[in-house]
Write a protein that binds this ligand. Structure first.
Ligand SMILES: NC(=O)C1=CN([C@@H]2O[C@H](COP(=O)(O)OP(=O)(O)OC[C@H]3O[C@@H](n4cnc5c(N)ncnc54)[C@H](OP(=O)(O)O)[C@@H]3O)[C@@H](O)[C@H]2O)C=CC1
Ligand SMILES: Nc1c(N[C@@H]2O[C@H](COP(=O)(O)O)[C@@H](O)[C@H]2O)[nH]c(=O)[nH]c1=O
Length: 360
């Protein structure tokens, strides 16, 4: 379907749904937003998916309907959603059923769900809901381009964390690195740690820093969700290393291949992994184009010499530069955190996005 197949009100509502989606946090789940229009084309509700484990956008939008909305209003209403409603029981129930049960008359989705959660459109049609698709489909695919790519490869979505100086260094010449970034920035890193399923560091970082790699609250207490602590490299992680912990959530992957590490994590059910570093490990993931999201903390500090944030990437000329773009989702592309800036980016699309599957 083309834009002409949709009303101006429907298009406007889908733009609202896309901006709602951008409020969410990237990770195990795609960013999704939804809005509900009454029969007159006025937006009466909207919502977005906050991230894995939270209600889906459709359910959030239904929850914001004005109290006492009549069933007759919903049968004449249209829900627009940026992704085909899911049809499976994941961490939450199927959205297709929630939409049908609510009595929504028409549903328009932007991009098709190509995962195991697909089938929502067919379910809705079977339950008497009119379904159309493709409205702003390219924008919706673009919003989750890296998530779709990770899903298609059967690997976890990855977030790379870097805490660096103005001159791009993550440790001083003598190896000291604690701390480059401020308390506020480090607390933000701990918030990411608490949301991911796994955190990956190299043996070099283990030997240099003896890190714990746990997620901790501002008061230093363990966060309620702890990632699997993954060390990548061949050298034995010492018995007394802090990263081993005593909760059994430690894994060493004896490999230098970023893809092999992610495959091994996927087989353990890891859907979102954070790449902590150091420079060698960061380089391995970047060179293999296996970083979906970059969170870069920039401290107003110069060292001049030390460890660069990434090992060489095999790029020798400017035209081969890896291109990134600012990511304004999840709070924005630039945030002040204490004395530091937090920059949020994602790789430029490589032009191999799947085409939008059109509706029937
Ligand atoms: N500021 C920040 O954000 C951070 C800073 N750091 C700093 O980074 C420094 C450590 O960086 P670095 O020395 O690069 O260590 P890394 O943590 O990247 O580990 C590198 C080691 O891991 C193994 N390894 C894993 N993957 C590969 C690969 N693809 N190619 C080659 N070797 C691989 C090798 O050891 P093996 O022989 O065992 O296989 C290698 O020596 C420390 O000073 C630390 O403080 C670290 C993390 C974050
Ligand atoms: N130096 C540096 C970071 N370094 C990272 O933090 C690890 C220590 O983790 P933990 O032992 O759990 O506190 C260390 O090994 C390295 O991976 N992180 C940051 O947010 N800012 C910083 O300035």
């Amino acid at each position: 379907m083309s834009l002409q197949d949709f009303s101006a009100a429907e298009e406007q509502a889908m733009r609202l749904a896309l901006s709602e989606a951008r409020r969410g946090l990237r990770g195990a789940n795609p960013l999704v937003g939804a809005a509900i229009l009454d029969a007159g084309g006025r937006v009466i509700a909207s919502g977005y998916h906050r991230g894995a484990g939270h209600p889906h956008a459709e359910v959030e939008a239904l929850a914001t309907l004005p109290a006492g909305t009549e069933p007759a209003t919903l049968s004449g209403a249209t829900m627009v959603v940026t992704l085909e409603p899911c049809n499976h029981h994941g961490r939450t129930g199927p959205c297709a059923a929630a939409v049908a049960d609510a009595g929504i008359g028409t549903l328009i989705y932007a991009s098709a769900d190509q995962t195991q959660a697909a089938g929502g459109a067919d379910f809705l049609r079977q339950h008497g809901v009119r379904v159309r698709s493709g409205l702003l489909g390219d924008e919706a695919l673009d919003l989750n381009q890296r998530w779709f790519k990770a899903k298609a490869a059967g690997r976890p979505f990855t977030t790379m964390h870097v805490a660096q100086t103005l001159d791009g260094l993550i440790a001083a010449a003598d190896g000291t690195s604690q701390w480059i970034t401020s308390e506020a920035a480090r607390q933000d890193s701990h918030e990411i740690r608490s949301r991911v399923d796994a955190i990956i560091a190299g043996t070099g970082t283990v030997f240099a820093d003896d890190p714990r790699l746990t997620a901790r609250t501002a008061s230093g207490e363990p966060a309620s969700n702890q990632p699997l602590r993954v060390v990548m490299g061949y050298r034995d992680v010492p018995e007394h290393a802090a990263v081993r912990g005593d909760d059994g959530r430690f894994l060493q992957v004896r490999s230098h291949e970023a893809e092999a590490v992610l495959k091994s994590l996927a087989s353990r059910g890891v859907a979102h992994a954070m790449i902590e570093g150091g420079a060698t490990v960061a380089g391995a993931f970047l060179q293999a184009d296996l970083v979906d999201e970059l969170v870069l903390y920039l401290a107003p500090m110069l060292l001049g010499a030390g460890t660069r944030s990434t090992a060489p990437l095999g790029i020798s000329t400017l035209s081969d530069a890896a291109r990134w773009r600012w990511d304004s989702t999840g709070g924005g592309h630039t945030i002040n955190l204490g004395a530091d800036l937090r920059l949020h980016l994602e790789p430029e699309p490589d032009g191999t996005m799947p085409a939008v599957r059109k509706g029937h």
